[in-house]
Design a protein around this ligand. Structure first.
Ligand SMILES: *Cc1c(COP(=O)(O)O)cnc(C)c1O
Length: 822
């Protein structure tokens, strides 16, 4: 019997009410009158899901039938943010749901607050993956995202006496209504053991082949998430893997009478997807992390080959069917895994398999920091994945042979290009492996891609002409304008019509409106309203209240020395010191509120100390009557996507002050410009492109350019010279060193001060003077509110380039060559 295809329920208020109440009864087993807020949220989420499912099933069927080339996005992180609002927006159900819930006596806004955001990422890299799958769905690109369903995402941050405390992020406690587990489609992922060779008959000849005899395995269970496109009726899939013990493992333990051992094995298997590593840009080389990486890419490749290909698919055509995009080096072990599957399991010749593999991968590099370039010790890799290590050695041997052929026996060059590094320990350079295997390698902003070619991988650029390219990052305008800033979204739609949400270059049309006083007034009112909303959120969340008429100066991002939160602190301390020393009257000062948001990796002592200092400066500055409330420092804990959606639309000034050449791109910078904040920033990452687009008059540039940084470093950076030469800097640093922010205890922040004075790879003191100068220009500019608003409008109008839709179009054109929408 053929079942009728699922269809979406009627999109009417009555239909929605009916579906919602049914879900409350049938899925939650409660009546409306006795339901909790969580019951109601779950039933609402289920109802929204019901509207998406028919499309989702249809899209899966279509993609399978068409067998067109598609994208597998491999990422260890997806920093998704809340799902409910995004899914309501995609299905145009927001109004209907609001009215339907009101009929049931429920406020939709209260249910929104029930959702715990899945924090399955650290920061920019994970958020980028989330923006990209949104754009892939919106552009109807045949694609699937693969990743890990961490049971605990990025830690929840709290402060105790100003110091960071990490709490586990138990985001699944109340259940996740957006996921569909499919244990029947589990993949087995193996580890350990040894390899052996054996002989087979191949066309009458004996040939030697290798195989892997692993010693243990786990099951990877897929959890599917719907990824709806915006108003296009498409729904893609995000497939996240959870590790569980294999049945056989379990039983063998039980049969041999060792029940406890069997249970322990289960627990061990489940640790693989238990927790997200909270290190941002400094990988720790831990065994469990390598297990996680192999776990999810092996499951993903197995899943793709088993379930996405037509039965009997000729694997020599694989490059016409799929491109695996590697989001940083975390999934790069997928390269030897595909080789292993093709050669050992499918019986393909090495050369044929390598030719296929080299066309099926592309690699996105996300860093320039040498310590962030992932390496795995040969020891560890050989123990955990012995066959993969053999494959890597062979790839490297053949690669270096080709290098010798081209450049002769230039041993220095060979050593520099080898995928295997010998010092300090023998290890595998994952970025090199990705570069050798990838059809394309891209950086994430123009400057970053240039430095990648010239500084990080110049030999590879020479060896592989045309392999390196750039795709500047982007952010989704659905989440970061439509949802986060409905006031601005409405204003834009009134001015330009509705199409801008999927064609962000149309924001250019706002340039003309910058000249219109009435539009400027409306724009300024939207900003003021967003500040009021933020104030309410912060009051409810942390007990902070924003003062009116303050310039809102925001620095939100991971805490890292290269991002230079310390430079911001020195600016605040300088302003504060100028008041308490009597040199500046508080009443003459432009009132400012500084908002910080930042998590530090739990093992990163300097970063945690800087968090402590920010809180300490805040509690002194905020409570000193001499300041007359003109300076406020607030640091709401646990910066995440949900908070970003509130802070970004309210900001006047966006702080993007990394040392030039260290921030690969940044995406926070784009969110702020698109929401009408002006940027104070260095010529780093995508700031360069933002400044070029919005114009120098609408951007506060300061600091050394990258070549100057390089030159200063080469000649020897002596921070104490900057300290000696600049009285204002001396006063600020001395005040911190004096214990003024640590109850007189000079030792607390001494490590920060001495690092800035005698070490500091990130040259905070070298950029201090120009930063303070640029901040003075900010004060002056802000005094002319109307001119400021005009500049803010121009920032929005000229930032359409930073839509992640444009990024995805660039990937299609420069790297993927996937066909247009199915
Ligand atoms: C956008 C975003 C980031 C990245 O910010 P950068 O300033 O580019 O480092 C980090 N965390 C969250 C929650 C974000 O939304």
């Amino acid at each position: 019997m053929a079942l009728a295809p699922v269809t979406a329920p009627p999109a009417s208020v009555d239909g929605f009410v009916k579906q919602f109440l049914e879900n409350l009864n049938l899925e939650r087993g409660v009546m409306l009158s006795s339901s909790s807020a969580n019951d109601q949220y779950m039933a609402l989420a289920n109802t929204v899901r019901d509207y998406l499912i028919a499309r989702w099933l249809e899209d899966q069927r279509r993609q399978k039938v068409a067998q067109a080339k598609g994208v597998c996005y491999l990422s260890a992180e997806y920093l998704l943010g809340r799902q409910l609002d995004n899914n309501l927006l995609a299905t145009r159900l927001t109004e209907i749901a609001t009215d339907a819930l009101a009929q049931c006596g429920i406020d939709l806004d209260e249910l929104r607050q029930q959702e715990v955001e899945p924090g399955l990422g650290n920061g920019g890299l994970g958020r980028l993956a989330a923006c990209f799958i949104d754009s892939l769905a919106t552009l109807s690109v045949p694609s699937i995202g693969y990743g890990i369903r961490y049971e605990y995402g990025i830690f929840r941050q709290t402060f105790e006496n100003g110091e960071q405390i990490e709490q586990p992020d138990a985001w699944l406690t109340l259940g996740s209504p957006w996921e569909f587990p499919h244990p029947e489609n589990a993949q087995t992922v193996s580890f350990g053991g040894h390899t052996e060779t054996y002989e087979v008959d191949h066309e009458g000849e004996k040939v030697t082949r290798s195989r892997w005899i692993p010693s243990w395995n786990v099951q990877a269970v897929p959890y599917n998430y719907m990824v709806p496109g915006y108003h296009n009726g498409r729904v893609n899939t995000l497939r996240l893997w959870r590790s569980v013990a294999t049945n056989s493992f379990d039983l063998s333990g039980f049969n041999s009478g060792d029940y406890e051992e069997a249970v322990r094995a289960q627990t061990y298997a489940e640790t693989i997807s238990k927790v997200l590593y909270p290190e941002d840009s400094t990988p720790q080389g831990k065994e469990l992390r390598l297990q996680q990486q192999y776990f999810f890419v092996a499951a993903s490749i197995g899943d793709f080959l088993d379930h996405m290909l037509a039965p009997g698919y000729d694997l020599t055509n694989l490059p016409n069917r799929v491109i695996f995009q590697l989001n940083d080096t975390h999934p790069v072990i997928a390269v030897p895994e595909l080789m292993r599957v093709l050669v050992d399991e499918k019986g393909m010749e090495w050369d044929a398999a390598w030719a296929i593999t080299q066309q099926c991968f592309a690699y996105t590099c996300h860093t320039l920091l040498p310590e962030a370039l992932e390496v795995w010790s040969v020891d560890l890799l050989g123990r955990l994945l012995p066959r993969h290590l053999e494959i890597i050695y062979r790839i490297n041997d053949e690669f270096l042979l080709a290098v010798r052929k081209r450049f002769g026996d230039d041993e220095m060059r060979i050593r520099n290009m080898s995928i295997i590094s010998e010092h300090p320990n023998r290890s595998v350079r994952m970025a090199y492996l990705a570069t050798v295997a990838g059809a394309k390698v891209n950086g994430v902003a123009e400057l970053h891609s240039q430095l990648l070619r010239e500084r990080v991988l110049p030999d590879f650029d020479e060896f592989y002409p045309g392999k390196f390219t750039n795709v500047t990052n982007g952010v989704t305008p659905r989440r970061f304008i439509r949802l986060a800033n409905p006031g601005l979204a409405n204003l834009i739609t009134e001015a330009l019509g509705a199409g801008w949400t999927v064609d962000l270059e149309r924001l250019r049309g706002l340039e003309a409106f910058a000249e219109d006083p009435e539009f400027r007034a409306q724009f300024a009112e939207v900003k003021a309203a967003n500040k009021r909303v933020l104030s309410e959120v912060l009051l409810a969340r942390d007990g902070f209240e924003l003062s009116e008429d303050h310039l809102l100066d925001v620095m939100v991002k991971r805490l890292h020395e290269y991002k230079r939160q310390m430079l911001k602190v020195l600016h605040i301390v300088t302003s504060y010191e100028s008041i308490v020393s009597g040199r500046v009257k508080a009443s003459d000062m432009q009132a400012r509120t500084f908002i910080f948001g930042a998590k530090a990796a739990p093992g990163y002592a300097m970063a945690k100390r800087i968090i402590h200092l920010i809180n300490a400066v805040g509690s002194v500055v905020n409570n000193d009557p001499r300041v007359e409330g003109k300076l406020k420092v607030i640091f709401p804990p646990n910066y995440n996507v949900t908070l970003a959606e509130r802070v970004v639309p309210a900001a006047d000034l966006s702080e993007q002050i990394s040392l030039a050449g260290k921030e690969a791109s940044g995406t926070g910078n784009m969110k702020f410009a698109l929401n009408g904040a002006l940027t104070i920033g260095t010529d780093d990452g995508a700031n360069v492109e933002i400044r070029q687009l919005v114009g120098d008059d609408n951007f506060f540039l300061f600091g050394m350019a990258e070549p100057e940084v390089e030159a200063l470093w080469a000649k020897g950076y002596k921070p104490a010279e900057f300290y000696q030469a600049d009285e204002s800097l001396r006063r600020a640093l001395d005040l911190i060193a004096s214990g003024a922010f640590s109850g007189g205890d000079r030792s607390v922040f001494e490590p920060i001060v001495s690092n800035l004075l005698y070490d500091d790879r990130f040259m905070v003191l070298a950029d201090y003077a120009t930063y303070i100068e640029a901040q003075a220009k900010v004060d002056l500019a802000y005094a002319d509110q109307d001119a400021w608003t005009k500049a803010a409008i121009l920032n929005v109008a000229r930032s359409g380039f930073f839509s992640s839709d444009r990024s995805i179009r660039d990937y299609i054109e420069r790297i993927w060559h996937t066909p247009p929408a199915l």
